[in-house]
Design a protein around this ligand. Structure first.
Ligand code: IPE
Ligand code: IPE
Ligand code: MG
Length: 239
């Protein structure tokens, strides 16, 4: 069995899971946030090197104010505690997304966590906060134009690798497997560039109930896929 090096997950279904239990949506977010640590541990045990989680999209600001507030509070406290967990589990944590829209205090916590965990050599956990793929690409293009104006970027040198180096994910390999929980089958503005050749796995299991066994099922499904990358394997060719 080969373990995908990089798994990207769209953590979805917190609200519906809570409603199905007669609880408010924010309860789902609390349980969902707790599940992050379980899945990091499981991914590490299964040999995954990079795990990238979609926690808050650029579109999620359109939710009711009380839900946005609750989500921000949960994320902030998760990242604060994460310094200890990262240390204990030798985990390197990064945040992608436009963090300039978050409170200054929150931004400082992110920087502190990224710096403190930079020496860790285990699982690379990346959390996408105020992340939207279109926003990320527009920001990349703007940086490229500025560099060009300052004589630092030659148009003739721009290729896929150069473009990738301007994205928030510049330090990460492209994901091999993308998992979305809770039944929806869309990308919701997640890693549009980076997922160009990833395998997609959709499960009806909502995020708060997604456990190590479910992660194993996703990896098993990944192993049954015939990955081609546009070419043909030798045995598939006519001559
Ligand atoms: C995922 O659960 C968490 C975030 C998007 C922040 P949802 O809040 O989207 O839950 P559903 O999809 O409405 O059930
Ligand atoms: C995608 O889930 C964003 C995150 C998981 C953070 P949503 O629940 O916001 O996506 P839509 O609205 O169903 O497309
Ligand atoms: Mg959702």
């Amino acid at each position: 069995m080969s373990t995908p090096k990089h798994i990207a997950i769209i953590l979805d279904g917190n609200g519906r899971w809570a409603k199905s239990k007669g609880m408010p949506r924010n309860y789902g977010h609390t349980v969902g946030a707790k599940n992050v640590e379980n899945i990091c541990k499981a991914a590490d045990e299964l040999g995954v090197k990079y795990l990238t989680l979609y926690a808050f999209s650029t579109e999620n600001w359109n939710r009711p104010e009380s839900e946005v507030k609750a989500l921000m509070k949960l994320l902030e406290s998760y990242l604060k505690n994460c310094i200890k967990t990262a240390d204990k589990n030798n985990m390197r944590v990064r945040v992608i997304g436009e963090i300039g829209r978050l409170s200054v205090d929150f931004q400082n916590k992110i920087k502190k966590l990224e710096e403190a965990s930079a020496v860790n050599t285990g699982l690379n956990l990346t959390i996408a906060i105020n992340y939207g793929s279109r926003d990320e690409m527009v920001r990349a293009v703007k940086k490229m134009m500025t560099d060009h104006d300052n004589g630092k970027l030659d148009i003739d040198k721009v290729d896929n690798d150069v473009f990738s180096s301007y994205l928030d994910t510049k330090e990460l390999p492209d994901p091999d497997l993308m998992i979305r929980t809770s039944g929806e089958q869309r990308l919701s503005n997640y890693l549009l560039w980076q997922l160009a050749y990833a395998e997609f796995y959709f499960t009806d299991v909502p995020w708060p109930a997604f456990d190590k066994d479910e992660l194993k099922k996703a990896i098993d499904a990944y192993n049954k896929r015939d990955r081609r990358f546009g070419a043909l394997k030798e045995e598939e060719q006519d001559v």
